[in-house]
Design a protein around this ligand. Structure first.
Ligand code: NAD
Length: 320
């Protein structure tokens, strides 16, 4: 079997091994692939892996040997899964490799918004403490989380893990999801509708996938329903947020701070409205990337193809 990895660099910049996939066929790994070369590089391959390189209906049509698309990520919005299904191509994602890492990172961003530890450490390095008249100083309002409410949009694997850490910090949790598992409710954590979540949360963390119905779920109208000073965390997908509206909310002070690991176009474009916003932290899509979770991702990617070849495909997100 011919196997092509279109954009392997971020998964394995050199600290992991492709041996598992090599053992399954004739493997070609590209660090990255420009859109215009996708069809040529897939060529006659039967299996292709992509992380963030789009695979369109046209690409699927142009690659008739293709039988398996492996997404090297949880979110699979870059693949036209319906076109793949119609062409009999299975699309497998990697659902749970990064649950702990992404939840940990969502809380890391929240803690950074609450304390600005990195910023204050830079101030000390720049000599500000040495020059300070007092024994301490802080340049942002500092926030204690205990007793505050976290609203989680998308109460799946990562959302639930984030809730557990938030509860450990003494927070109450409100969860909004299109499916509700009442067994997950506790004294500190209950399901609510979106309206109540928006109105009652001190922190809102996004953990739902990017679907047409969740695109721009954070927009001028939903922001208007939030508490003044709310903190917003996005470690899911950039397009869940109407970025111009988030900027407006930040600049006006309606939103107290936002931390996003994902933006609408990645890498971030120079004209992204969030770049100049007040009280914003932007990181370059690193929530998933600790070595431990990338190794887990690699292992599941290999297993996905093994199971597909054995006729027992797993983690299939479409109907081939
Ligand atoms: P999951 O499938 O376990 O959970 C997603 C939850 O969202 C599910 O409970 C689902 O019912 C819910 N949902 C779906 N549509 C909804 C809607 N319209 N309204 C409300 N809830 C809805 O997925 P997960 O493993 O928790 O991952 C969540 C997302 O995190 C992924 O889709 C991906 O976009 C993102 N992610 C980001 C990174 C990163 O590095 N920043 C890494 C991994 C995953």
């Amino acid at each position: 079997m011919k196997i092509v990895v279109l954009d392997g660099y971020t998964e394995n910049p050199g600290d992991l091994s492709w041996k598992g996939l090599e053992s399954l066929g004739e493997l070609t790994v590209y660090d990255r692939t420009p859109e215009e070369q996708v069809v040529e590089r897939i060529g006659r391959a039967e299996a292709v892996y992509t992380n963030k390189t789009p695979i369109s209906a046209q690409t699927i049509k142009s690659c008739p040997n293709l039988r398996f698309i492996g997404v090297l990520a949880t979110g699979y919005n870059i693949v036209d899964i319906h076109a793949a299904g119609e062409a009999g191509v299975a699309v497998s994602n990697i659902p749970s490799y990064g649950t702990d890492a992404v939840a940990q990172y969502a809380i890391a961003l929240l803690l950074e918004l609450c304390h600005h530890a990195g910023f204050h450490a830079d101030c000390v390095k720049a000599g500000e403490w040495t020059r300070c008249k007092d024994w301490c100083f802080w340049k942002y309002p500092l926030t204690e989380l205990a007793g505050k409410t976290m609203g989680i949009i998308g109460f799946g694997r990562i959302g639930r893990r984030t809730a557990v850490i938030a509860e450990a910090l003494g927070m109450k949790v409100l969860a909004y999801d299109r499916y509700q598992d009442k067994d997950l409710e506790t004294d500190n954590c209950r399901y609510v509708d979106l309206e109540e979540l928006l109105a009652c949360s001190d922190v809102i963390s996004l953990h739902c996938p990017l679907f047409p119905e969740t695109e721009k779920i954070i927009n001028r109208q939903t922001i208007a329903k939030m508490k003044k000073g709310v903190l917003i965390i996005n470690t899911s997908r950039g397009k869940l947020v109407e970025e111009a509206d988030l900027r407006e909310g930040l600049d006006s002070g309606k939103i107290g701070g936002a931390a996003v690991d994902v933006v609408s176009t990645e890498p971030i474009q120079e004209d992204n409205p969030l770049l100049g916003a007040k009280n914003i932290l932007i990181t370059p899509h690193i929530a998933w990337a600790p070595r431990e979770s990338r190794q887990r991702l690699m292992d599941i990617a290999v297993e996905n193809l093994i199971q597909f070849m054995a006729g027992t495909p797993q983690h299939v997100v479409n109907k081939p």
